[in-house]
Design a binder for this molecule. Sequence first.
Ligand SMILES: [Zn+2]
Length: 345
Amino acid sequence: MAITKTLENGIKIGKAKVTVDIVDKGNPEIRPATPMKPSYITIHNTGNSGRGANAKAHNTYIHNMANLSPKDTGYASWHFSVDDVSIYQHLPLNETAWHTGDGSGPKSGNMTSIGIEICENVDMKDYHQAEENAIALVKYLIENMNGLSVSRIKPHQAWSGKYCPRVILGRDGSFDKFYDRIKKACGAKTATKKPAPSKKSSANEDLGSEVYGTIKVLADHLNIREKADFNSKILSVADKGDTFKVYGQKNGLYYLGSKGYTSSNSKYVKFTKNSSYGAKKAKLVIVKAAELWVYDKADWNAKKDTVKKNEAFTIDKELTVKGSKMYKLKSGLYITANPEYVTVK
Ligand SMILES: [Zn+2]
């Protein structure tokens, strides 16, 4: 039977026991009670590594906040808190929450996604299991709710640029590995788009994992091959207009990561170099001021939302707007580059 509002209290997901403990309505900064048909799941880390900051503590916290008046709280809420032994559900799955920092537009993460917070308290016995429980929860939701799929799982970072889930991003360098774990856990659900398994040939080993650029297919059909060799096995055939990430080039072929290799002939593909290629690591801008505006255009009047002290965002590029410097963030939002308000690392 499809789930619409809540999990079943007391069931086990992963190695966690589920407790459904929905907060009361009343404070719209915690429970907006706005109807939602969730089409995404957003993954977070709590950002609280303090002792005891486990799922139960976050449940207590959100209940306390829900019982305060909005003047004493901020917009902050989410659907699930997960640790190594428990999953708490705080909000109905058919209602929005404030967890993605990208406002209330119809396509925002806040309005379209279920928020899962993975706890990171230092005294947790098995943090890895907390991630596994979150992955099991994602799988459970995909399998039991309408409108969700493995292609609709996002890190918080993808919505607002915030460096979250910070433990996962900090450890893996990006969300990709964690996303692969989700895909793997969901197994059959990914079968349609799964590239043919390609044995790692020695040819890929010296090609990096950094995105070198993208190609768009110009030819009607384009062979994707197993090795950097025009005579090697054809793994799949791309169609005109398809785009791929390119991770390197060898013997006149582009390396497309796990998908394989394809011709670099400009008659067949249009290549666009990744402008940040070679910059070792993405730079982060960290908020120094207590609160700061982010903008949705390169325009000081296009105020979109506020961000708070110590929040960190990945920088795409720097630009000057009306004589003052701004950073364009990977998320597409903009923030001041004034060193009085932000630091870069
Ligand atoms: Zn987050």
